[in-house]
Design a protein. Structure first.
Ligand SMILES: Nc1ncnc2c1ncn2[C@@H]1O[C@H](COP(=O)(O)OP(=O)(O)O)[C@@H](O)[C@H]1O
Ligand SMILES: [Mg+2]
Length: 249
C-alpha cells in the first residue's frame, strides 16, 4: 500500500531549491518544501508571498525557474499539469474556474476523465463519490455558472477530488465561510485525510486551518520563514512581523 521508509512516511512531494521569476520579479526564492504521505499541512502568509505560485510549480501549471520538484520519488520537474494530475496531483484554484455552461456533474466528469484518466463506471463512481463527500449531490444538475461563490469553491474541491488524487492542493477554499460552513468544510477535509490522501491547504482562516493540520508553513516574499508545529509557527517573531508588516504597508 503506502511506501514507508524506516517507519516514517516517505515524501509524496518535494520541492528542492525552487525559484520562480516573472521577468525581473522573483516570486519564489530557494524554496525547500516536502510533504510526507498522509500528512496535512497548512500554508499561510501575506498576500503576494508566493503561496499560489508554489502550488503552480508543485502542480506543474508552470515550470520553476530554478530547482526541482519530485513526486513519489520521481523527478517531475519537466512534467506538465495534465501529466502530474494523472500521477495523482490535484489542486483547486483560488479563483474558481468551472466550465460555466456545463452542469456540476459534467464539470466533475471532465475532471475525472480528462484530468484523472478514469473511464466508464469508474469515472461515474469518482464523480458521485466526490459530489457526496463535498455535499453537492443536490447540485449535480445545476449549471456551474448559476452557483454562488461558496458553491463554486466547493466545486473546485469536488473537481480536484473527482480525479482520484493522492495529493490534494487546496488554495483558499474557506474564505468567506460562515462558522457553520467552516465546520462542514473541516469535516470534509478530515474525511479526505481519513482516506489516506495527503492535503496541503493554503488558507487565511487560520483558526479553521488549525482544526485540520498538524504542521504549518508560513511564507513571505517567496521564502518559507517558518515550518513546524502550528502554535510555534504562529508565535514565531518573523511570522508576526510578516503579518504586521503587511497590515501597515
Ligand atoms: N503569472 C504571473 N505573472 C506575473 N506575476 C505573477 C504571476 N503569478 C503571480 N505573480 C506575482 O507573484 C507574486 C506572488 O503571487 P502569488 O503566488 O499569487 O501570492 P499569494 O498566493 O501568496 O498571494 C505577486 O506579486 C504576484 O503579482
Ligand atoms: Mg494566492
Amino acid at each position: 500500500m503506502r511506501d514507508r521508509v524506516g517507519g516514517a512516511a516517505a515524501p509524496i512531494i518535494a520541492a528542492a531549491g525552487v525559484g520562480k521569476c516573472f521577468g525581473a520579479l522573483t516570486v519564489l526564492d530557494g524554496v525547500d518544501f516536502s510533504v510526507a504521505r498522509g500528512e496535512a499541512v497548512g500554508i499561510v502568509g501575506p498576500n503576494g508571498a508566493g503561496k499560489t505560485t508554489l502550488f503552480n510549480v508543485l502542480s506543474g501549471a508552470f515550470p520553476p525557474s530554478a530547482g526541482s520538484v519530485s513526486y513519489d520519488g520521481r523527478d517531475v520537474t519537466a512534467l506538465g499539469a495534465a501529466q502530474r494530475c494523472r500521477l495523482g496531483v490535484a489542486r483547486s484554484h483560488q479563483v474558481p474556474r468551472p466550465f460555466g455552461g456545463m452542469t456540476v456533474f459534467e464539470n466533475l466528469h471532465v475532471a475525472a476523465t480528462v484530468g484523472g484518466a478514469l473511464r466508464g463506471r469508474a469515472a461515474h463512481r469518482a464523480c458521485l463519490d466526490s459530489l457526496e463527500l463535498c455535499g453537492m449531490l443536490q447540485l449535480a444538475n445545476r449549471r456551474a455558472d448559476t452557483l454562488g461563490l461558496l458553491d463554486r469553491k466547493r466545486l473546485e474541491m469536488a473537481r480536484a477530488l473527482a480525479t482520484e488524487p493522492q495529493l490534494l492542493l487546496l488554495d483558499e477554499i474557506g474564505g468567506g465561510l460562515s462558522d457553520g460552513e467552516a465546520v462542514e468544510l473541516v469535516g470534509i477535509i478530515r474525511q479526505i485525510l481519513s482516506r489516506g490522501l495527503t492535503v496541503v491547504w493554503i488558507e487565511h482562516m487560520v483558526h479553521v486551518l488549525l482544526q485540520v493540520v498538524l504542521r504549518l508553513v508560513c511564507m513571505e516574499s517567496g521564502r518559507i520563514i517558518a515550518d513546524g508545529d502550528p502554535k510555534r509557527v504562529m508565535h514565531d517573531a518573523a511570522v508576526i512581523e510578516a503579518y504586521l508588516g503587511s497590515v501597515s504597508s
